[in-house]
Design a binder for this molecule. Structure first.
Ligand SMILES: C[S@@+](CC[C@H](N)C(=O)[O-])C[C@H]1O[C@@H](n2cnc3c(N)ncnc32)[C@H](O)[C@@H]1O
Length: 361
């Protein structure tokens, strides 16, 4: 049978740095390259429902919605849910006047000393005046739109880096660097709200939704045979902690128990394969009979052994095809030189119409 489904290709990645876009709103851990996501989505038809069952900060959901698809994002990490909601917020509120209104109220709180002390575990990452300003803005969190809530989280991450002399790299986030630099948080919040607002999607585009839930139980909250495309970058099997990194600061500021959140996520090497089998079974139920299911995975080094992500998933459920590329021009290349490995990235595609016609290219 001739498939009406397109054959998805993975481009050679020239750079992982994305141009200024909505995706710069927050440095979410494990974020997929937006250029890559947009490239894969551009190969899909412009009609139908796309689901990202591990949507993280909503990169794929935003790009899918921009392409004309109705996008659904699912994640079980409240921080991810908030950032993803922020990205697809198209509320017609005047973002700039609303952010000014919030900052003016926060400034009054600051002048009147009307704010709580930032919790001990978080305050050590900030200059004391910046920390006080953050707590004043936090007083008005419930008045913020989804977009401004995302901006608030992104500004906290940015301020934390700034207070530590912009010396934090992806592997040193949280490192205590003294002396702390003062960062004007009020100013950061307004300039960040302005910077990303030009990428907000218009209300007419917005049929997308973000659901807080566990993808091992998708059929409990997504209708059977209702999804045409699944596109995701799943959690890694070497246990990346999606509640850590800048997220730790935000959870600490909001006094949320990270351990409880973490326990609800798939990130334990021992149960990873079984968890993913459950997710693939659930995806089978909620997708149409001609759906395309696309996972972007990669090689991972576990206990000195490199595990090929494509083969790993193909062993769980036979794929229709897998295509592969080596990392190029990315920081991972440096890792590979140091560790004498050559790691690759794969897209694994299950084409339900064409079934199992495995080819490896
Ligand atoms: C690789 S990240 C996705 C990043 C995303 N593509 C982005 O650009 O931000 C994997 C995501 O899976 C989520 N996750 C882990 N276990 C989950 C589960 N059981 N149900 C739903 N989401 C889960 C994590 O919270 C994390 O956000």
């Amino acid at each position: 049978m001739q498939s009406k489904n397109p054959k998805i290709r993975l481009k050679i990645l020239k750079s992982v740095s994305n141009p200024s876009s909505m995706h710069g709103i927050y440095p979410y851990r494990g974020k997929i390259s937006a250029l890559d996501a947009a490239d894969i989505i551009s190969q899909l038809p412009q009609k139908g429902v796309l689901l990202d069952p591990f949507c993280g900060s909503g990169t794929i959901v935003y790009e899918a919605q921009k392409h004309g698809l109705d996008a659904i994002g699912v994640d079980n990490n409240p921080l991810a849910i908030q950032i993803a909601k922020a990205k697809i917020d198209s509320s017609s509120d005047d973002v700039l006047s609303k952010s000014m209104e919030i900052i003016n109220k926060a400034k009054l709180d600051f002048d009147n000393g009307n704010y709580l002390q930032m919790p001990e575990s978080a305050i050590k990452s900030f200059h004391s005046k910046t920390a006080a300003e953050i707590m004043c803005v936090k007083n008005h969190f419930d008045e913020m739109s989804e977009y401004l809530k995302g901006i608030f989280f992104g500004s906290i991450a940015l301020a934390a880096r700034g207070c530590n002399g912009y010396m934090w790299t992806s592997s040193t986030v949280g490192k205590n660097i003294e002396p702390k630099t003062y960062i004007d948080f009020f100013d950061k919040f307004i300039s960040k709200a302005k910077k990303h607002s030009k990428y907000m999607l218009t209300p007419k585009d917005n049929k997308s939704k973000i659901i807080s839930g566990d993808s091992r139980h998708l059929s409990d909250f997504i209708e059977e045979k209702s999804v045409n495309f699944v596109f995701t970058s799943p959690p890694y099997f070497d246990g990346l902690d999606y509640t850590a990194y800048y997220g730790k600061l935000i959870y600490d500021i909001f006094e949320k128990n990270r351990t409880e959140i973490k326990q609800q996520l798939i990130q334990h090497a021992d149960s990873y394969q079984e968890d993913m089998r459950l997710v693939l079974e659930e995806l089978d139920k909620i997708t149409t009979d001609d759906a395309l299911i696309i996972f972007v995975v990669g090689d991972k080094k576990v206990k000195n052994k490199v595990i090929n992500g494509g083969e790993f998933f193909n062993n769980i459920k036979k794929a229709s095809y897998i295509s592969e590329r080596t990392y190029s021009g990315t920081s991972s290349q440096v890792f590979d030189v140091l560790n004498k490995t050559e790691r690759k990235e794969q897209i694994v595609v299950w084409d339900k119409l064409n079934g199992e016609v495995l080819s490896y290219e």
